[in-house]
Design a binder for this molecule. Structure first.
Ligand SMILES: Nc1nc(=O)c2c([nH]1)NC[C@@H]1CN(c3ccc(C(=O)N[C@@H](CCC(=O)O)C(=O)O)cc3)CN21
Ligand SMILES: O=c1ccn([C@H]2C[C@H](O)[C@@H](COP(=O)(O)O)O2)c(=O)[nH]1
Length: 291
């Protein structure tokens, strides 16, 4: 038992590495990194890089405690905010991101910046049979307001008929909302999870989305549940992961989120979002992205 009350059986893989985890924003994520390094199956992958991988794991974050921005490396919140606002715009072109100095989608865009009908397109304008389009986000907010007990509050980016036109098949394929006692929880299913580069982004992004949806529907936030399918560490990220695990997240508390209320889900701007309060973090760790 550590001073913080974590027992070694709660985090068995970190314990095998001789690491006694303090409670906080990083520990569950680090346990998953440790598990993949120690016990992950060796697998080839589409990019030719090679990975170690485990299947079907879950991370849970109580959003009432604070904002889940990983502290054992710097998480670039500007890119997280920009990407989420870009999805919410229904945008399919990387230009809007590039104009804001965000380059995380550049490798997948063509010469004109086009990415095909990825997340934004499916969230805001899923093609309907009658030739029209369906705005899943507007529909979700409407249901959150009118019928929060609904068990049908899902948003899917996994449009099977359009996968071949997307620059990359959706990784966070769909999410579900759940309201109880006035608190909004969200579970996202991520079929493929680049644990070192993608997942800290994805967790922060869906935490932010939960806050926005709650604000728009006059709810409090509840829990973020992240469910991963193929959870992998790329072979060329192993030394970075070892470095990250060697960093003690000390007694870092959860950072906090400031989110200025916007008139609608379409009206949020970069300046309305700030997750820097209480964000004590270790330095950036660079890693190549597998394309
Ligand atoms: N292999 C792979 N992993 C991913 O996480 C990923 C993809 N591909 N393809 C589509 C998007 C793009 N995403 C990315 C791409 C790059 C970074 C990245 O390089 N992050 C750096 C710094 C970024 C910055 O400062 O703007 C990091 O240190 O987190 C993160 C997420 C997430 N997705
Ligand atoms: O938001 C994202 C987007 C992508 N990823 C990762 C997961 C995989 O490493 C690649 C996608 O490759 P596939 O062969 O299509 O699975 O991108 C992520 O972690 N998060």
């Amino acid at each position: 038992m550590s001073e913080d009350g974590n027992t070694s059986d709660e985090y068995p893989h970190l314990s095998r590495l001789g690491l006694v985890p303090p409670a906080g924003v990083d520990v569950a994520y680090e346990e998953l990194l440790a598990e993949v390094l120690l016990d992950g199956a060796v697998k080839t992958d589409r990019t030719g890089t090679g990975t170690r991988s485990v299947f079907a794991r879950q991370l849970r974050y109580d959003l009432t405690v604070g904002f889940p921005r990983i502290t054992t490396k710097f998480v670039a919140m500007k890119a997280v905010k920009g990407e989420l606002l870009w999805f919410l715009r229904g945008d399919m072109n990387a230009r809007w991101l590039q104009e804001r100095g965000i380059s995380i989608w550049d490798e997948w865009a063509d010469a004109e910046g086009e990415l095909g009908p990825i997340y934004g397109a499916q969230w805001r304008s899923w093609p309907a049979r009658d030739g029209g389009t369906i705005d899943q986000i507007a529909g979700l907010i409407d249901t959150l307001r009118r019928d929060p007990d609904s068990r049908r509050m899902l948003v899917s980016a996994w449009n099977v008929g359009e996968l071949d036109r997307m620059a990359l098949a959706p990784c966070h394929a769909f999410f579900q909302c759940y309201v109880a006692d006035g608190h909004l929880s969200l579970q996202v299913y991520q079929r493929s999870a680049d644990l070192f580069l993608g997942v800290p982004f994805n967790i922060a992004s869906y935490a932010l989305l939960t806050h926005m949806l709650a604000q728009q529907a006059d709810l409090e936030v509840g829990e973020l549940v992240w469910t991963g399918g193929d959870c992998h560490v790329y072979n060329n990220h192993v030394s970075q992961v070892r470095q990250q695990l060697s960093r003690v997240p000390a007694a870092y508390p959860f950072p906090r989120l400031r989110l200025e209320r916007a008139e609608s889900i379409d009206a949020y701007a970069m300046e309305d979002i700030d997750a820097s309060a209480g964000y004590q973090h270790h330095p950036t760790i660079k890693a190549p992205v597998a394309v």
